[in-house]
Design a protein around this ligand. Sequence first.
Ligand SMILES: [Zn+2]
Length: 404
Amino acid sequence: MAKAVIFLADGMADEPIAQLGGKTPLEAAETPAMDRIAARGINGTFFSLPEGFPTSSDAANMSVLGYNLARFYPGRGPIEAVSQGINLGNDDIAWRCNLVYVDGKDILVDYSAGHIDNAISSQLIRDLQEKFGSADVTFYPGVSYRNLLVLHGRKFSAAVDYFKPDSSQGEPVAQLRLKPLDDSPEAAYTVEFLEDLGRKTAAFLARHPLTQGVKNPGNRIWPWSPGHRPNFIPFAEKYAGRTAAVISAVDVIRGIGKCAQMDVIEVPGATGFIDTNYEGKAQAAIKALADHDLVYLHVEAIDECSHMGDLELKMRAIRDFDQRIVAPVMGACGDDVIYAVLPDHPVPLRLKAHTRTPVPVAICGPGIVPDGIGHYSETLAPQGTLGALKEDEFIRFVLGLWQP
Ligand SMILES: [Zn+2]
């Protein structure tokens, strides 16, 4: 049984762009290492985001790892709470809590408050906890704009509909309100409680020294994707004892890894943005493959550049992914390893938001017969012999547990 490395390029897939002569950013960027996987292996697509679930990275990466969303999807908040080692009680509901920038016209301008600096965001969240923390609610600082809020007690409900901030930029806050998803008094009370908390914290943040004279300051909290404590089947139990390691800068992927009892590897300087420690992540993957059957190597930067709508940055992040992650790992680990590359979902620059379009997949390694596709691309991949994969087909193929 060959060991495997999955290279996960968050949000990399896109559409043909006129400025690139009708090519996609992936097709136009220099990517010799990913093209080598496509040329030496087989190609196809993977459907990561079924209807009925959020178009978010947690759902998409759980799909890539073969976890059925209807059975296991707990919401973003609980996954990140697990990543941070927060013990959720039976009656706790964890919410992702972004710090966002809302302008004077009450428009949601920036889902990341200008990719707020970690030291500033942590101080703001600590000050919110000191001022508004209670038996009902606790704030936890995370990484940059990605923080957590936990509601305590049965009077609260997770049955609340929300707007994902990174897909709602430019819209009036009045049109992005939380809504109860059922007729329960708990759901209605939860919406009321969070709206009241939203008003109070907005007044507090508007006067806070760390939001003065700053471009796109973190002047609002934005709670979304709530849920209760996750309950995953461990990865090794699900996949015939295969052991796995996860490498990622972001809590959502690290949280999925912890929920699935995979080994989560720490890499100092991994930021989740274009300034991340690529070399450190590649070295950690090479090392982890020595004592694991699978290494899941996730890079967030391309997704962030796509949400910013910045073509040049997206192209640079794709090149960096290819040359500072894929190439060194393949170079060090050799050809007796299975290599798979895919995004978790597309983020077309035109939309600056996730879509459910199946993503291109390329897989090469021992026993895999090349299908003649020469480059790794959104246009060519569907022509490959791997076909249109779904559910746990991708991960089982990579682990040698399933054949198309
Ligand atoms: Zn993603």
